[in-house]
Write a protein that binds this ligand. Sequence first.
Ligand SMILES: [Zn+2]
Length: 282
Amino acid sequence: MPELPEVENIRIGLEKYLKGHSIKSVEVLNRRIFQGDEKKLIDAKFESAERFGKMIAINFNNGFSLLAHVKLTGQFIYRGPNLPNPPELSVKVTDGLGGKHTHVVFHLNRGGVLYYNDIRKFGWIKVVETKKLKNEAVSKLGPEPLKDLTLNLFTKTLSSSKRAVKVILMDQSKISGIGNIYANDALWLSQIAPTRSSQSLSEKEIKTLYKAIKKVLREGLKQGGASELAFVTPDGTEGKYQDHTLVYGREGELCKRCKKAKIKKIFLSGRGTYFCPNCQYD
Ligand SMILES: [Zn+2]
């Protein structure tokens, strides 16, 4: 599932491509995915794109916003005048734009079009009043590592639970934006075994992990996100973090740090968990 770096890259793309556009019409092909009254958006001019954890809000100048969650395989892809030489679409855009996986089409003025594709159809887009956005989006989210998660708060969160540290990192109500890829990589970078009880981490380990989380998320942002499953940015191309993961997806490969052991894969709370049995400590 897209995590903070991926969703932030979607936000950056939307902000760039929707600039100067207003909505002419909305073609809703799947009512379960698009919720609310699309007529409220007609002639509304794009103002900004915001991110709340893994959710994106597209704000318009008439007091309405679109709140969206791409979940596993949602894709926002733009074609039009703000992208004069569009790159070739990634193969992850299965069946192309306007194909059988396109569920919503936003026709913009000046000839722009924004497509929402979703193979698995777990994603959603809602029309909401901009002033109610924060209630809808933020109320259940924990602080963000690159925004408001302080070391103090992080320490409190970890030391108040006996659950596995990796599970805590991925709990969006405790900390928002970290999913499986970056949780695996941050723990490897910190030399902490993912199965460790969160309570057992020393002050020094907590500090190391805190820094490592920021580092892997920034690297993910820089690489345009990780294109696992169906992630593409709004220009229709893939991110590159998957080629730069530290431990995620590297089962059987020699550990990049100690070079003494092969990366192991286990399942923790149902999610693939990768670690070095030699240099990540229990
Ligand atoms: Zn190692």
